[in-house]
Design a protein around this ligand. Sequence first.
Ligand code: G6P
Length: 367
Amino acid sequence: DAGIGEYDHYMQKEIFEQAAVLKQTLEGRIANGRLLSDCFGKGAEEAFRSIEEVQIVACGTSFHAGLVAKYWFESVAGLPCHIEVASEFRYRPHIVIRKTLFVTISQSGETADTLAALQASSDIGYAHTLTICNVPESSLVRESEWALMTKAGPEIGVASTKAFTTQLTALLLLVIALGKHHKIDDKKEIEIVRQLEVLPEQVAEVLRLEPDIIEFAKQFSNKHHALFLGRGEQYPVAMEGALKLKEISYIHAEAYPAGELKHGPLALVDDQMPVVAVAPNNDLLEKLKSNLQEVQARGGELFVFADTHAIFEEVKGLKIIRVSEINEIVAPIIYTVPLQLLAYHVAVIKGTDVDQPRNLAKSVTVE
Ligand code: G6P
């Protein structure tokens, strides 16, 4: 359905479609706690056995999906993973030592820089190519050996939302498929697949936070700058949150891994600089909390998305929205959703053109 239905904008509709499209992305690819073997196309399963490394290339939001996947490949699957924006990758020499899978990520499948990087990859010496893409008839799909389609349906809003979360979901399938020949044993595969099975329902649940997020959004509309903080695989989630906010609300937003605050951005923090943090209950939570105290001490206003069980002291300038407890592996997907809603509602309050922000294009087919 390409219509806008009950929603005010395509972006809002696409945010709310996420539970359904994630389900679609998983359909026919997992069953009984396992990844089904023929998801990636002819010859892929066999070739994956010999892959020792992954190189990801993408642009924009798709690049952020790749950044999350780097954490997954290295920490969960046990494969080295490199990632670079396509516009940089294509203009420098590369050294490929091991058998490396070259992975492009793209909603449109037509981004000029990503396509040019793919076209250069076989000469450079990458073993195989795979694209994670949303448009079946696109150039990237045609020119890659294998394609894993994201099945998000048409995305109309220039600011990418459902394409991103379906990319992450598809990437987790690839993490399992490659990781099986490395660090992922049967038990781990079953655990990840179980998390994927409940993911659509968890996304539906986090979408119910919209009224609370609107309250947050009201406090951003007259601001000129914002900081987004995350640690570990939540750092790219923070980057994506900052990108969404700047794309559609025109508020200057930057993301930092929270531990870097003291190396510069802390100098900017005052009561005019809202700071958003994504804080699931993981190993880095205590470290993140001490980073947040640095912000509080400078009068900064903190907007935190935290796990139900994460304990925060009640202090002035700290506002928390609780996200129900979720498994760490899918946390980047879940925590992305409230940040999309935050950007969306700030833009709505500011009255900007949400679906077609100034100066931006949905698909960048020129250099
Ligand atoms: C443009 C769009 C972004 C998108 C990026 C990469 O900048 O506005 O939303 O993330 O291109 O596009 P792709 O289609 O390759 O994912």
